[in-house]
Write a new protein. Structure first.
Length: 369
């Protein structure tokens, strides 16, 4: 194999596919990046058997072929090497691959290309198409609520639910739940699948285009694939039955309160400063007819209080939250306003963003006595 290509395009592709290389594996081939050159293009692939990523870039193909290079050293070489054009060459007589640009030349050991489990791409009739900004918004407003506890894999993913004309993404760690819906025009598809949260976060980072880009999502029984621009990402879905999130959303409330999200965010940050060292990072909020009273306490560090001159509607109430879980949704709200819906000190609280009627956040209070 012998090819030449632009450094910036190759570096982008290497950094994207590198995300799918295996970090802990007994199969060294899965730590590598597969390069295949043919017909004026270079396709890069990586997979850990759970996730596979492929990206294709233009290349001057002098001699077609394929090689597998270290997922650790190859990206570093491309990042550090000078020049605008890179040449990659292999020979049938040696397993050493030459990577060169300007006056710099690296020789790196390759893996046997025939041992690499190339990604078996699929496209199915089960598919939808979204704009990249729509998918990013679904991910940004929900996936942060996924669990990081690998012993409960069901909750480390987000539910993607497609019904005729609508798409919803839901994430929960059982202590909080984030739901974002959006209209899906001209689609009759239906689906329910749990997609790994880590994968969705990586897709969010990759979707960084200057112009609106279509994202096609395909699915089979146990797999999902994302196709956009010159990138193909495939993953196993998480098996299991996602909880019926609609049953978690309360229907009745006795207290309401509208606040500027950034004002409350800053107040919660201040009051929780000392509480952060505590086991649960608890803050208490008292909803009174005249104000909101915030309090944080840590027996080993001290306490803090703050009052916000905002008048809630309905019954007075004191309720305790995990400060981090509250800050997370307030960060999503940004400069907008958020509306609290409360029923009782131990009932789930619903928060709505006034600038996004299709977003719902449910937060379970903490029992403090």
């Amino acid at each position: 194999m012998k090819i030449r290509c632009e450094k910036e395009q190759l570096l982008t592709a290497v950094q994207i596919v590198q995300k799918a290389t295996a970090s802990k594996t007994t199969l060294p081939i899965l730590t590598g990046i597969h390069l295949m050159a043919a017909d004026g293009s270079l396709e890069l692939q990586a997979t850990d058997y759970e996730v596979g990523i492929s990206m294709t870039i233009p290349a001057e193909v002098i001699d077609p072929g394929k090689v597998v290079l270290s997922g650790k050293f190859f990206p570093e070489i491309i990042r550090k090497i000078g020049g605008k054009t890179i040449e990659i060459a292999s020979s049938a007589q040696s397993s050493m691959i030459t990577v060169s640009a300007e006056k710099t030349e690296f020789k790196i050991l390759s893996f046997p290309a025939e041992e690499f489990p190339t990604i078996k791409k699929f496209e199915s009739n089960n598919s939808i198409t979204l704009k990249d900004d729509v998918l990013k918004n679904l991910i940004r407003k929900t996936v942060f609520a996924c669990s990081t506890d690998e012993s409960r894999p069901l909750f480390t993913g987000a539910l993607l639910e497609v019904n005729a004309g609508e798409i919803a993404m839901v994430a929960t760690n059982t202590h909080r739940l984030a739901l974002k819906k959006t209209i899906l025009p001209e689609s009759a598809a239906t689906a329910k699948m749990i997609i790994p949260g880590k994968l969705l976060n990586e897709i969010y980072k990759i979707l960084n285009f200057d112009v609106p880009t279509d994202v096609r999502i395909f699915w089979l029984k146990s797999q999902v694939a994302f196709l956009f621009d010159n990138i193909y990402i495939m993953s196993r879905v998480i098996e299991g039955q996602f909880p019926d999130y609609k049953k978690v959303i309360p229907a009745e409330f006795s207290t309401y309160c509208i606040l500027d999200a950034n004002v409350l965010y800053e107040a919660v940050e201040r009051v929780s400063l000392l509480a952060r060292d505590g086991e649960y990072n608890i803050i208490k909020i008292k909803f009174t007819p005249e104000s909101l009273e915030l309090a944080g306490n840590n027996p080993d560090a001290g306490s803090a209080t703050e009052s916000l001159e905002i008048a809630p509607e309905g019954e007075p109430m004191e309720i305790a939250f995990n400060a981090k879980y509250l800050l997370d949704v307030l960060r999503i709200a940004g400069l907008g306003q958020v509306k609290f819906h409360l029923k009782s000190p131990l009932s789930p609280v619903m928060l709505k963003l006034l600038d996004d009627s299709e977003y719902t956040y449910i937060l379970t209070p903490i029992r403090t006595n």
